[in-house]
Design a protein. Structure first.
Length: 313
């Protein structure tokens, strides 16, 4: 699964050719996982590409940096502008945007003091995260045997590179065992999140999602879905979810920038509902995609249009 290249990547203040966007092998980040990042999507609309909740993503990037005491040498506004420019300069209609803040090359040794804080932003095409028909057909998942990090080990609210070692263990186990994805429990045994997705369940007409205290990343798609569902008249609650509540739920779905809103049709080979995408999941998908594709009014101000002139700045 080679990635689709674009032309240019922004690194520390300038655009460089895709193939020249390199780091030194003794960069701190490579040895100790010292990075924080974002994943953002830009959608194709009739008025050009629109970036979904850019402000919230860059705000979270700055918060992740703060948690790890990384002083980002650019303001949030500057990084937002770079994201818009990176989409424009690469002439992308729709894409995934990956800003990364990382500890660069100075010395090897755990102590990060004195390492430069490097920043890069790339934008490139990225299709459906869990397969082409995942959004309509749904996916089969298992509960992973690795727990999500305990609250006093690694901070789950930071979207840090190192967190994704745990995600990789979960993902590899799932794929080896023939599932699309794994759901992690927290160290108390309650449902946390997928390797790169938040979880929702629909049960007895209510929509429930695990709280931030269940070692989740506070997802921006998650907060968007909570807002949409609430405004659509559903009862939406954050609540601690025991594993077996997944089995008896009427619907289960994932949310995330990459995964968007993807139905989960079985957990541990136990069919959820009738084993197909449920009506609530479908209604929320329609509301979400209506907004991001520009077919419905952007009534929450979630879209940042990419100005054509951004490429020339
Ligand atoms: N939890 C985790 C662990 C996570 O990585 C993501 C996003 C979410 C929840 C959902 O958050 P949000 O995107 O703000 O709704 N995962 C990103 C990285 C995926 C990857 O494979 O890389 C993403 O979806 O962009």
């Amino acid at each position: 699964m080679a990635m689709v290249k674009s032309d240019k990547i922004w690194m520390n203040g300038q655009f460089v050719a895709w193939d020249d966007a390199k780091v030194h092998v003794l960069s701190h980040v490579l040895h100790y996982g010292s990075s924080v990042f974002e994943g953002i999507r830009a959608y194709h609309t009739k008025n050009g590409p629109a970036i979904f909740r850019l402000g919230e993503h860059i705000e979270r990037l700055m918060q992740s940096s703060k948690i790890y005491r990384m002083k980002v040498p650019y303001s949030a506004e500057q990084i937002e502008r770079v994201c818009l420019e990176t989409v424009a300069i690469n002439n992308l209609k729709e894409c995934y945007i990956r800003p990364l803040v990382y500890r660069g090359y100075a010395h090897v040794g755990v102590n990060p003091i004195g390492t430069p804080i490097d920043v890069m932003v790339a934008a490139y095409p990225w299709g459906k995260y869990l397969g082409d028909d995942a959004l309509t057909k749904g996916v089969a998942v298992k509960i992973g045997t690795w727990a999500r990090m305990a609250p006093n080990t690694l901070p789950a609210m930071a979207k840090a590179g190192g967190n994704y070692l745990n995600s990789q263990l979960l993902k590899l186990e799932a794929v080896e065992d023939g599932y699309a994805e794994a759901i992690a429990l927290d160290t108390q045994g309650y449902v946390s999140e997928g390797s790169g997705e938040n979880m929702f369940i629909v049960i007895k007409g209510e929509i429930i999602t695990p709280p931030v205290a269940s070692s989740i990343l506070a997802g921006i798609t998650r907060s968007s879905v909570m807002k949409l569902a609430n405004d659509m008249g559903y009862s939406v609650r954050e609540a601690v979810v025991p594993r077996e509540m997944l089995y008896i739920a009427d619907e289960v779905f994932f949310t995330g920038t990459a995964v968007e809103i993807t139905p989960v049709t079985s957990v541990d080979r136990i069919e959820i509902g009738n084993g197909e995408r449920g009506p609530v999941t479908k209604a929320i998908q329609d509301a979400f995609f209506g907004i991001v594709n520009g077919d419905l009014p952007d009534r929450y101000g979630w879209l940042s249009m990419v100005p054509q002139s951004a490429a020339k700045r």
